[in-house]
Design a protein around this ligand. Structure first.
Ligand code: 3PG
Length: 213
C-alpha cells in the first residue's frame, strides 16, 4: 500500500479533501476528482455521516486510494480502518495512533508544525508527515527550515494551500504532496457542478507537472 501511495503521489502530488455528508455527493465528487487525474483522496471525518460517505466512495468507485482525515482518536482510527480507509491523516501528532498504524503497516500522516513535533515523529520512525496548518505554520520558508535539518523527512503541507501557491510548495524537494479542500468547493458540490471539480483537479495536475518538471 505504501509503495502504491508513493507512486501515485509522485505522479500527481496533490491530495484533495472531501468533506461531505451525503454519500451520493461524496461518490460523485470522488469520481469527478478521479476524472481530473487525482486518485488519492482524503475524506475528512468532520461530520456525523462523513464515515458513511467514505465507505460509499470505497464501495462504489474504482481505482482510487481513499484515506480518512481529521482522525482524532485511536478508536476513530480503528473504526475508519474497519470501514476500509487505506491511509490515515491526523491534524496533530498522537503517539498511540502513530504506533498503532505503524504496527499495522498503515500509512499515517500526523500533523506537525514545529521542529519538536517533526523530531518526535522522526523518533517514532516516520519519514513522512503532514505539515498543518501550512500557511499559518510558516508556509514555504518554514518548510525550507525544517527540510534543512530533517533531511530524510518529507512533508504534506495542508491548510491554506490553493492553486495560487501549490507550485511554490511543490517546488520544494522535501514536499511529498499538498493536500487541500480548494479542489472540492462546497458550493460546487452542493450545486452538483462536478465538471468544476474535474477542472480544478486537472488544473492542479498541470501545476504539479510544471512545478516538478
Ligand atoms: C485539513 O484538514 O488538512 C485542513 O483543514 C485543510 O485546509 P484547507 O481547507 O485550507 O485546504
Amino acid at each position: 500500500m505504501k509503495d502504491e501511495l508513493s507512486n501515485r503521489l509522485s505522479n500527481a502530488p496533490v491530495v484533495p479533501l472531501i468533506g461531505e455528508n451525503d454519500a451520493g455527493r461524496a461518490v460523485a465528487t470522488a469520481n469527478a476528482l478521479s476524472q481530473g487525474g487525482l486518485s488519492v483522496i482524503e475524506v475528512v471525518m468532520r461530520s456525523d455521516d462523513a464515515q458513511k460517505g467514505m465507505e460509499a466512495i470505497i464501495q462504489q468507485t474504482e481505482g482510487l486510494l481513499v484515506g480518512a482525515g481529521t482522525v482524532l482518536t485511536l478508536d476513530q482510527c480503528k473504526s475508519v480502518l474497519d470501514s476500509g480507509a487505506q491511509f490515515i491523516v491526523c491534524p496533530g501528532l498522537v503517539d498511540e495512533i502513530v504506533t498503532y498504524c505503524l504496527g499495522k503497516d498503515v500509512p499515517i500522516y500526523p500533523g506537525t508544525m514545529t521542529a519538536g513535533e517533526v523530531q518526535r515523529a522522526y523518533a517514532m520512525g516516520l519519514r513522512e508527515v503532514k505539515f498543518f496548518p501550512a500557511s499559518l505554520a510558516g508556509g514555504v520558508p518554514m518548510l525550507k527550515a525544517l527540510g534543512s535539518v530533517f533531511r530524510e523527512m518529507r512533508f504534506m503541507p495542508t491548510g491554506g494551500v490553493s492553486a495560487g501557491n501549490l507550485a511554490e510548495f511543490l517546488a520544494l524537494p522535501s514536499v511529498l504532496a499538498c493536500g487541500g479542500s480548494w479542489l472540492t468547493p462546497a458550493a460546487a458540490v452542493e450545486a452538483g457542478d462536478y465538471s468544476q471539480i474535474t477542472q480544478l483537479a486537472s488544473e492542479a495536475v498541470d501545476i504539479a507537472k510544471s512545478a516538478r518538471a
